[in-house]
Design a protein around this ligand. Structure first.
Ligand code: IPE
Ligand code: IPE
Ligand code: MG
Length: 252
């Protein structure tokens, strides 16, 4: 297992190069992590919540502007009632326990999704922590809760249509739940699946994708830094040729 000094060295190396402004993570594999240990799925979710804490801390230490975590999809409402209830309880517990640390570290809590579907207790805690941390300047932590990318696009189209103005790219972007966040640079998915599962469909247009076999509960600072280092080694071309990109970078 790599030691703390290796992680510190990796952190220094990653910090020395341009960082992605906005990283999003599809936190998958809680169930499989638990299953592999003969534990109930909810034990995986509990360990997953601990990973959210440590990865949030690591992202802040690294200096990311925005971290967006896919915690619960609209489609996840169809899971067994017990599991949904356990997830909602864990969410309340997370919000209660983290408020102080978020405040201390200047982290603004944000949430995206069809939040009206959340149980009252969750919605209240969420609103309270969002209000308390609204002034946070260090990083925006966005939890995607009851989130779906298609549903978000429908919402954005409705907002744009209701405005009565022409529906162009800017109008749709303004109606997205993510309006105001930086462009998505890096999208990570844990646990070996290579799919988007209805996450940030619009925002992922030019995001770099990174997949790891690590289950979410085992994802840590080192894994985050490894993903960012991988991002930093890539050339983003946005439809241009490599020569054009080089000329643009050379010209500033
Ligand atoms: C991700 O882990 C957490 C949620 C989707 C809420 P899963 O619960 O999907 O874990 P697997 O994919 O079954 O292992
Ligand atoms: C995506 O994971 C949703 C979250 C991580 C919250 P799922 O486990 O729900 O996705 P599928 O079912 O494998 O596509
Ligand atoms: Mg899954």
């Amino acid at each position: 297992m790599p030691g703390a000094s290796d992680t510190a060295e990796l952190l220094a190396r990653v910090r020395a190069r341009p960082l992605p402004r906005h990283v999003a993570i599809i936190m998958d594999g809680n169930g499989r992590w638990a299953q592999a240990r003969g534990l109930p799925r909810v034990a995986g979710h509990r360990q997953g919540a601990a990973a959210v804490r440590s990865v949030t801390r690591a992202a802040r230490r690294l200096g990311l502007e925005a971290l967006t975590l896919y915690a619960f999809s609209i489609q996840n409402w169809s899971r067994p009632t017990d599991e949904v209830e356990a997830l909602m309880l864990l969410l309340v517990e997370f919000l209660e326990k983290e408020q102080q640390e978020l405040l201390t570290n200047g982290i603004r809590l944000n949430a995206i999704g069809d939040l009206a579907r959340l149980p009252g207790q969750v919605a209240e805690r969420l609103a309270a922590v969002r209000a308390a941390t609204a002034g946070g300047q260090g990083m925006t932590l966005t939890l995607a809760l009851s989130y779906g990318g298609r549903e978000e696009l429908v919402h954005a189209a409705q907002v744009a249509a209701a405005s009565g103005r022409p529906i162009d790219e800017a109008a749709l972007a303004a109606g997205l739940w993510t309006a105001g966040l930086p462009e998505l640079d890096l999208l990570v998915r844990t646990s070996g699946e290579r799919r988007i599962s209805n996450f940030l469909l619009w925002q992922a247009a030019y995001a770099e994708l990174y997949f790891t076999d690590t289950h979410w509960p085992a994802f840590d600072e080192r894994e985050l830094l490894t993903a960012v280092a991988d991002f930093q080694a890539r050339e983003r071309r946005f439809g241009l040729t490599a020569e054009q990109v080089a000329a643009h970078e050379g010209g500033g």
